[in-house]
Design a protein around this ligand. Structure first.
Ligand code: ATR
Length: 273
């Protein structure tokens, strides 16, 4: 019997997850199917329950349902999903709905493994204080950076995030003008600015020599943020495609107990860009 998996989101038609998981399955010889399901906020919970009813073994949850999955769906929550307050991976087992979150681990594997950039001891700037920033913040703090600053236009939102993590790494917060004069080794764009082709109001000279600029967005070529980083002398630029494949690999590992090789899959997707 082929084990069934899927990704649920909105929009979902252009999701690369079915292709990524098909490659993982081929590579590891696992007999699975993986489809994409479109839902609305209203139909999300029943769509997941329908999939379980059809014998589904697990699901990926993507934008905009990660918070809903954490709040209303999972009967058991992995600690890292609880801290992120978001679920991107569901496991259906023994009548339970287990919620996990592989986004933070996926980001770290891309930054540290694929890009060879250890986070420990670095000065890190996290741009944004919404769901995407919240999802990766615990993983970044777990690596003991020398400093972690959250920057957001709406500083109250950044402060809310800061308060939740004072005990586990004590990030600092600022608005964009407050960044003047500071420099960072790793700058991560977790805002939705790249979706709208807009550059967040970053001051100049924030990148140290050798800095990595990382945009969680993928499939857009050089985003305004990455172009700015390039013009400001950041040594390395990366979009979120590697993170996409790595978070998928973490989910695959949870479901199937085998870790796929991500490099050929990242290379294949780059070839299609
Ligand atoms: P997501 O789940 O993708 O994080 P979200 O919760 O709507 O989406 O959060 C969007 C984030 O992008 C917010 O931090 C937002 O900043 P504000 O809270 O100040 O609005 C940030 N953002 C969106 N467009 C931006 C822009 N042009 N410049 C800077 N930040 C931007």
């Amino acid at each position: 019997m082929t084990d069934r998996y899927s990704v649920i989101g909105n929009p979902i038609a252009h999701s690369k997850s079915p292709l990524i998981h098909a490659e993982f399955a081929r590579q590891t010889g696992q007999d699975i199917s993986y489809t994409a399901i479109l839902a609305t906020r209203e139909s999300f919970v029943s769509a997941v329950r329908d999939f379980i009813g059809q014998g589904g073994k697990g699901m990926n949850v993507t934008v905009p349902f990660k918070e809903q999955a954490w709040k209303y769906l999972a009967t058991d929550i992995a600690p890292r999903a609880a801290t992120a307050r978001a679920v991107n991976t569901l496991i259906f087992k023994d009548g339970k709905i287990i919620g996990d979150n592989t986004d933070g681990a996926g980001l770290l594997r891309d930054i540290e493994g694929n890009l060879g950039f250890p986070v420990a001891g670095r000065r890190v700037l996290l741009m944004g204080a919404g769901g995407a920033a919240c999802g990766v913040l615990p993983a970044l703090l777990s690596r003991n950076p020398a400093a972690l600053t959250i920057v957001n236009r709406n500083i109250d939102k950044a402060r809310e995030l800061q308060e939740r993590f004072t005990a586990s790494g004590n990030p600092s917060v600022t608005d964009y003008p407050g960044l003047s004069g500071s420099q960072f080794d790793l700058v991560i764009n977790a805002t939705s600015s790249s979706m709208n082709d807009v550059l967040p109001p970053l001051p100049k000279a924030i990148f140290t020599a050798g800095a990595l600029a990382y945009d969680l967005m993928y499939g857009k070529g050089l985003t305004p943020f990455l172009k700015f980083a390039q013009s400001q002398g950041a040594a390395k630029l990366a979009d979120g495609l590697g993170m996409l494949v790595e978070q998928a690999a973490e989910s695959f590992l949870i479901w199937r107990g085998v870790r796929p090789d991500t490099r050929p899959v990242i290379a294949m997707l780059r070839g299609k860009e």
